[in-house]
Design a protein around this ligand. Structure first.
Ligand code: ZN
Length: 383
């Protein structure tokens, strides 16, 4: 009996492996939020070189079969003077364009959903850009249109603090959702064909954005509150609202956002950690060492917990409304074990297979849903 069972498993394994390999051959893996570009500017980080630190470079993108990345551009108000916010964003965006150009054989800048699929089919990585917070474009719709021309394809309506457009979920209630200016911005973004990102903003603001937007919205890097009840995560009723208008919630990989116990340790240590980081200034290697030390203090969170967040949304509202928004290179190295960097995405493909997802649904979750929402935003532009 036991022998017969062993034979069954042995017979199944090659089939599973063949299925995984077939999927990985042409699946479009598309991450909605990765923060690497500032390293190009601040540290001369080169995409074509393989690194033992940070979470993204070309060799690891290839290994992870990644087809497209929406790179995040941000400047936290506490780190820069107000007059620096916009030039800083433009400089980081320029650094991204230059780095893509330098690696033209392996990467290409994508401006449309059609570009994303064409570049992926050509065996290259499609690079796109996004902005986190209206302060980066001086709260000016005209300047935002300029950013659109430079390739920015979504804007997060606020960051960790309230913006003139929306309440942040990590700040005090001020507008009670979106401000009138915020609603105007959403409509203007719809006209441009630029996606509205509802990560970071308060639940009321998300619901307001969904009511206002003619096009589906994205949550570019948000996880599930029902699993990890922490401020940055999204409750089920808001997830349902995003899905009801055809949107997609892209799961944030931050170990502290996936697991409440890890979050509690992270939050308790954060003031001390930030003070230590501030004290070493721009000595990036020392900064990384401090981050690593505090990472090790958190209870271990593994890739299975990340899969649970994906599964929760797929079960709640269907597999058409969940995607990936790792926040790699924006989470200070606090990735789950087994998902340390962009080379590990095939682990998620296999994990979803093991959980019983069919190939079509795996393709949607790993990137197809994000392309669909992008296409829908383009289709409605100018209306
Ligand atoms: Zn963020």
């Amino acid at each position: 009996m036991r022998l017969a069972l062993l034979f069954t498993i042995a017979a199944l394994l090659p089939a599973q492996e063949a299925r995984l390999n077939a999927l990985l051959k042409d699946i479009l893996i598309f991450d909605a939020h990765i923060d690497t570009p500032r390293y190009f500017l601040d540290e001369g980080y080169k995409l074509n070189e393989r690194h033992t630190y940070y979470e993204l470079d070309l060799p690891r993108l290839k290994e992870g079969r990644v087809g497209a990345v929406l790179f995040g551009i941000y400047a936290q108000p506490q780190d820069f003077q107000p007059f620096e916010w916009m030039p800083r964003s433009l400089e980081v965006l320029d650094a991204l364009h230059e780095e893509v150009k330098r690696n033209a054989g392996q990467m290409e800048f994508a401006y449309t959903s059609g570009d994303v699929t064409r570049i992926h089919k050509a065996g290259k990585v499609a690079a796109l850009a996004s902005l986190e917070g209206g302060h980066l474009f001086g709260d000016s719709e005209r300047i935002l249109r300029d950013f659109y021309r430079l390739g920015v394809r979504y804007v997060t309506l606020a960051h960790f603090r309230n913006s003139v457009y929306a309440d942040s979920m990590t700040d005090e209630r001020k507008h009670g959702g979106l401000s009138p200016k915020g609603r105007d911005l959403v409509k203007e973004m719809n006209r441009m064909g630029m996606m509205v990102d509802v990560s970071h903003i308060s639940d009321e603001a998300v619901l307001d954005a969904i009511r206002t937007s003619a096009s589906p919205v994205i949550a570019s890097h948000s996880s599930v509150k029902a699993i990890a009840p922490i401020p940055r995560n999204m409750p089920d009723e808001v997830i349902r609202a995003v899905a009801s208008k055809g949107g997609v919630i892209c799961i944030n990989f931050h170990a502290g956002y996936l697991n409440e116990a890890a979050y509690n340790v992270y939050i308790k240590n954060r003031p001390q950690r930030d003070a230590e980081i501030k004290a070493v200034g721009k000595d990036w290697e020392k900064v990384r060492r401090i981050q690593r030390r505090y990472y090790d203090l958190m209870p271990p969170v593994n890739v299975k917990e990340l899969l649970r967040h994906i599964d929760h949304i797929a079960k709640l509202v269907g597999p058409d409304h969940v995607g990936l928004g790792s926040d790699f290179d924006g989470i200070s190295g606090m990735a789950p074990r087994g998902m340390e960097d962009v080379s590990k995405y095939p682990v998620l493909v296999k994990g979803l297979m093991d959980m019983g997802y069919n190939d079509g649904d795996i393709r949607k979750i790993m990137g197809g849903n994000l392309v669909r929402v992008m296409r829908e935003n383009e289709r409605r532009a100018g209306q």
